[in-house]
Design a protein around this ligand. Structure first.
Ligand code: ITT
Length: 177
């Protein structure tokens, strides 16, 4: 049994669904962790893991938009709370290059120290927000090779997402121990 420390219930439910396929049970630890100001998701996760109990994991995710040189990236949470998807679409008005990536960095505390697992999915920022499923940036992100946003096809999201890829690596690690 693992503990997922997060304030985001959407993230928890996705993780639960993904990990259950690997017979890994996960309990919610609904507490915020300290997020330091850093240039990468990995640094944020490494700092936040300090002092956590073995068997606990956290996950920091972000949306990286090519035309904005990776913004909002590590600022994804703040940007979602402030300008939101509308603001992102406005920043990209008239911009042809819509390329973007979602990244997930999962950090697990173990008896032997920290383990980091990463997942990344490429895609594009849609012209308008579409779909009711998912959360956060899902209505404006269309994964490469598909024509529906993550919010329009939340089931597909859990099969190909950044979170799924990172958690699968976590599952591989636990399975291989
Ligand atoms: P915790 O840090 O407590 O886990 P959080 O909501 O702050 O929860 P993140 O820092 O990982 O989670 O997420 C940063 C922002 O990116 C936040 O606004 C999320 O809504 C958004 N986000 C993260 N994962 C996403 C996903 O799979 N789809 C859409 N938006 C996502």
């Amino acid at each position: 049994m693992l503990h997922f420390r997060t304030t985001n219930l959407h993230k928890f439910r996705e993780a639960e669904a993904i990990l259950s396929k690997h017979n890994i049970r996960v309990a919610l630890l609904q507490e915020a962790y300290r997020e330091v100001q850093a240039d990468t998701l990995e640094e944020v996760v490494q700092e936040a893991l300090l002092g956590l109990e073995p068997g606990t994991f956290i996950e920091d995710a972000g949306l990286f938009i090519d035309a904005l040189k990776g913004f909002p990236g590590v600022y994804s949470s703040y940007v979602q709370r402030t300008i939101g998807n509308k603001g992102i679409l406005r920043l990209l008005e008239g911009v042809e290059n819509r390329g973007a990536a979602f990244e997930s960095v999962v950090g697990l505390m173990t008896e032997g120290g920290q383990k980091i697992f990463k997942g990344r999915v490429r895609g594009s920022i849609s012209q308008e927000a579409k779909g009711e499923g998912g959360f956060g940036y899902d209505p404006i992100f269309t994964p490469a090779g598909h024509n529906k946003t993550f919010a329009e096809d939340a089931r597909r999201k859990n099969e190909i997402s950044h979170r799924k890829l990172a958690l699968e690596r976590l599952a591989d690690y636990l399975g291989g121990r």
